[in-house]
Design a protein around this ligand. Sequence first.
Ligand code: ASP
Length: 343
Amino acid sequence: MARARNRCALVAHGGAGSAGPGAERAERRRAMIAAMRLGARVLRANGSALEAVVATVAALEDHPLFNAGYGSLLNSEGNVEMDASVMFAEPVVDPPTLRPASRGKRAGHTGYFNPAEYSVSAGAVAAISRVRNPIMLARAVMEHSPHILMAGAGAENFARKSGVRLVRPEEMVTEHARERWRARKQQSGMLAAQRAARAAMGHGTVGAVAVDDRGAIAAATSTGGVPGKLFGRVGDSALIGAGTFAHAFGAASATGQGEAIILTALCREAVLALADGSPKAVAREVILEMIDATGAEAGIILIDSRGRIGYAHNSASMQVARYDCAGGLRHLWLEPIATARRP
Ligand code: ASP
């Protein structure tokens, strides 16, 4: 069996959606690069993929221009309700062994880590209003509870017990989010309101995926949800397999219309497909399949266990940044994929 040779890497997204106000683009870019630097520093210091994705996502949650943590958009009642999840796949042997890709698989596919040599864990929170950094609470659920998903007041109670910072719900509401909520309320009709809100919102949800030097793999996603959402609605970002997934083959974080991402179990589908394709090809393929199945808009970032990266989306715009331990940091505003299928 071959010895594993992976390369540490980190990718983050700042949400799929409209291009957002031009005046905010430079600041969104700056914030994304600053968050990536925190995650990259963890990887450079031989820290874990889990630490790297949580550090990156928590920094974006703290920034008011992203729809996650502080700055989350408001639900139909005018309150913040946030979802977040994290998943970690850790090798139980050091280093894990690399299996060759099975016969008949795509040319150039070099193999994947043996899932039997990994242990996976996950944590998630849904519909919380009082936690400054939802991703940290998702991690606490993973590490300090017997559960995977906790919601609402019970999750906040757990935060208090596990030392995760609680704030008053009003402290999570920015003036920006309040103004957008008021503007949406003034629009007549749900569809018009949703369109207006999405256009005003621009990018928002945040996520990151990483592989570290030991071959450990992690994914994290955090959001304030979709514009115009009803009180109590929970989206894909709280659901392992839909908005977040990590496994011996790689990791994924999704953004966009959560109902479509849930219906297609987008992140799990993508990560399992890494057994048979590059992250670049798989990201494109799963978005095309999501379009066929739902006609919705969504985006995904994907990393495989060797540190190779892929991303794709079909919304107006999506912001991503990538860090490769060998090649440095790069920021991109992604164009949507061409939606016509390959012949
Ligand atoms: N996927 C998120 C949700 O449905 C929203 C987004 O990514 O824009 O809650």
